[in-house]
Design a protein around this ligand. Structure first.
Ligand code: ASP
Ligand code: MG
Length: 417
């Protein structure tokens, strides 16, 4: 007998038919002889609706009340699923995060889980009931309801699985698993059977929405593998787990991209100690998040070029901050911008041990006539900024260059041109 934690996302419990369908899946796992704990998200669109209500009411809501409001969506779906299970003669009980004992810090709207109590769940499991838990929420030291950030039900599931030392943590969603790139964007994208925590973390931080980033962090910290599966079709899904030999052998695992980027480039910045901090400080004081940064010294004079990217939504605000700053500095700084760029990133732990990944990537882009405007790298990631209109062609070219459309076994051994 195994202990399985299953999490169902918003689209999986999006209407009553779907809730019946989820109940059947839970019952199937139970009939196979397992203990099952189910974590649910709010019904599809519900959290957004609650957020819209709050903003329509006032722009100055208390974070405490906001959390009380947005945590309520999960309470609805947990009760409905529990009712559906009971109606099918499968004893079940639902609990909110605070009832279970999911303790968090005090940071409303993006609280972190500090401790998960298991007594309540264990007591119910011993009575042979299915335990249904509301995702996305916990309770702080004052007894106030907190929420875990958008997509936080994934983190609830992983935290419970780790605390219970579950045999499996299954995350059911509306896609078959993790793909080499977004299959809606590139039909040649292929399902990745196994991916390392580290790669998944990069992909999640780059905007892959399958799993909340914190859930991957937590899974990695507690050595709790996660299986991402579809609620609507059968299949093995993707196992997010420890690094292994096959993962190390492949050059790259996936391509992530985001369209909504803007690039701001300052040339002729006086080379003075602390200048970079001064510029970035002003931007972050305005609560604008900076993504990529590059700087290079001019060969002509004592200045440097300083380039960074921000989310396109914040581009106008970032520009006002920069224009103000340039006026203050009273030097001949030249500002160049492009608010229609996209970021394209290649992720893979194989990069650590195989040289030439960047060369293959850049050559593939070059062949398509795609100009690279900025590059950043980490141990397992290469990101480039390109014109947004070239994004699709770029993803396609790189996907092909690394044979990501082919099954692992059909691939040529590591190759470089
Ligand atoms: N309902 C929450 C959200 O929409 C949490 C989740 O779905 O994981 O962000
Ligand atoms: Mg989600």
């Amino acid at each position: 007998m195994a202990l399985i934690v299953q999490k169902y996302g918003g689209s999986s419990v999006g209407n009553l038919d779907r809730i019946h369908h989820v109940a059947e899946k839970v019952i199937k796992a139970k009939q196979e002889g397992h203990h099952v704990v189910v974590v649910v998200s709010a019904m599809y669109g519900e959290t957004d609706r609650l957020i819209r209500l709050a903003s329509a009411l006032t722009q100055h809501y208390e974070p405490r009340e906001y959390d009380v409001l947005i945590a309520s969506g999960e309470q609805v779906s947990m009760a409905l699923l529990s009712m559906a299970l009971n109606a099918k003669n499968c004893p079940a009980r639902s609990f909110t995060g605070p009832q279970v004992g999911i303790y968090t810090d005090n940071i409303h709207t993006k609280a972190r889980i500090l401790k998960v109590k298991t007594e309540v769940i264990q007591r119910e499991l011993e009575k042979d009931r299915i335990v249904v838990v509301a995702g996305f929420q916990g309770v702080n030291e004052h007894g106030d309801i907190t929420t875990l950030g958008r997509g936080g039900s994934d983190t609830t599931a992983v935290a419970i699985a780790a605390a219970l030392k579950a045999d499996e943590c299954q995350i059911y969603t509306d896609v078959d698993g993790v793909y080499t790139t977004d299959p809606h964007f590139l039909p040649a994208a292929r399902l990745i059977p196994r991916i390392s925590f580290e790669e998944m973390l990069e992909l999640a931080s780059l905007g892959a929405k399958v799993l909340q980033m914190r859930s991957v962090e937590l899974a990695s910290k507690h050595n709790m593998p996660i299986r991402v599966l579809s609620t609507f079709s059968d299949g093995p899904g993707t196992l997010v787990t420890f690094e292994d030999k096959t993962m190390q052998k492949r050059l790259v695992s996936g391509i992530a991209f985001s369209r909504e980027e803007a690039i701001i480039s300052l040339s002729g910045v006086p080379r003075k100690l602390g200048m970079e901090g001064h510029i970035l400080g002003r931007v972050s004081e305005a609560n604008i998040e900076i993504d990529m940064i590059a700087q290079n010294a001019s060969t002509r004079d004592d200045t440097s070029d300083f380039t960074f990217t921000v989310n396109r939504r914040e581009y106008q605000r970032a520009m006002s901050v920069i224009e103000e700053l340039v006026t203050e500095l009273d030097t001949m700084i030249n500002i160049k911008t492009n608010s229609k760029v996209a970021k394209l990133s290649l992720v893979g732990i194989g990069m650590r041990s195989h040289a030439g990944v960047a060369t293959t990537m850049f050559k593939a882009l070059g062949r398509e006539g795609i100009n690279i405007q900025m590059i950043t790298t980490s141990e397992i990631k290469i990101s480039v900024v390109v014109d947004e209109e070239h994004l699709e062609k770029g993803v396609q070219a790189i996907h092909q260059a690394f044979e990501l459309d082919k099954a692992e076994s059909d691939k040529n051994p590591p190759f470089f041109e």
